[in-house]
Design a protein around this ligand. Structure first.
Ligand SMILES: *[C@@H]1O[C@H](CO)[C@@H](O)[C@H](O)[C@H]1NC(C)=O
Length: 270
């Protein structure tokens, strides 16, 4: 506080700041200093605790971005795909009949619809978040790619076709070695994916008249499944076609004949 500039003698006593109330008595002075020390120690400890809690909070928020609570300690790769879960009894799919049995137009249509929008568009930002990936470019900007599930479904469809070669393949022109290695690749790919996403839901057994030695696997417990309908709708909204892709550079095909070009194209179409 500035003293008033007047001719009068100031009417205020000198200010002592925070020492204002210090008693003159040395014992009381020591006591006050002891309290002050305790106060500063308490203040320092409180601030430390606050900083530590703040740090732990920030760390948790940052690590939550990488790890879901159910997969602690691993990095969950980025994907823009919306994942919602629904409970399902896996044997209760009303569409099962369409996908099973002998080849027929209804079955082919069901598998065709399942693989609708296998190719989808990605923005450059999305691929950057996905471990800075690169992909084939889309003619209208951005990139074209897919989701892991589309590769698995493609493989299942290939295997379904492979067990009905008389219906799906032209026996005159078919490259059987290529067909075999593609089916084998698909089996191996599905094996790895099944292990990767190990289903740990409990299965139970029951005795049936079918056998005295081996019980039957009972209907599994309810599963928490990705909502495929919702995911597929999202994929359909981003659908890309082969014709939308910026093609390969001609230099890739120097010295190769057109048959190889054609088989490279059919491999992409899957
Ligand atoms: C992302 O990839 C591109 C090319 O593939 C590379 O030039 C760039 O340095 C990468 N950026 C980061 C942050 O890794």
């Amino acid at each position: 506080m500035e003293p008033l500039i007047t001719d009068e003698k100031p009417r205020y006593a000198r200010l002592h700041g925070d020492d204002e109330n210090i008693p003159e008595n040395p014992e009381a002075l020591a006591l006050v200093q002891k309290w002050k020390r305790s106060f500063y120690i308490l203040l320092a400890s409180s601030l430390s605790v606050i900083f530590i809690l703040f740090g732990v909070g920030i760390y948790s928020i940052l690590s939550l971005q990488d790890c879901s609570p159910s997969k602690p300690g691993v990095v969950i790769p980025y994907s823009p795909a919306p994942v919602k879960y629904v409970n399902k009894w896996l044997t209760g799919d009303p569409d099962t009949k369409k996908f099973m049995g002998k080849p027929r137009p209804e079955l082919d249509q069901a598998w065709h619809d399942l693989l609708d929008s296998t190719l989808i568009r990605y923005s450059a930002d999305e691929l950057f978040l996905a471990n800075n990936a690169t992909s084939v470019q889309h003619k209208d900007g951005g990139f074209v790619g897919g989701l892991g599930i589309s590769h698995s479904l493609h493989c299942l469809k290939r295997l379904k076709q492979y067990i009905h070669p008389e219906y799906y393949y032209n026996h005159e022109t078919q490259d059987w070695d290529e067909l075999y290695s593609h089916a084998d690749h698909c089996l191996e790919s599905l094996r790895q994916e099944i292990l990767c996403n190990a289903d740990v839901n409990i299965y139970t057994l029951k005795w049936t008249p079918h056998s005295r030695f081996k019980p039957t696997v009972k209907v599994p417990q309810p599963h928490a499944c990705v909502d495929w309908e919702a995911l597929h709708d999202w994929m359909k909204g981003r659908q890309a076609r082969l014709e939308d892709m910026v093609g390969p550079p001609e230099s890739l095909f120097e010295g190769k004949d057109s048959k190889e070009k054609a088989s490279a194209k059919s491999a992409q179409e899957g």
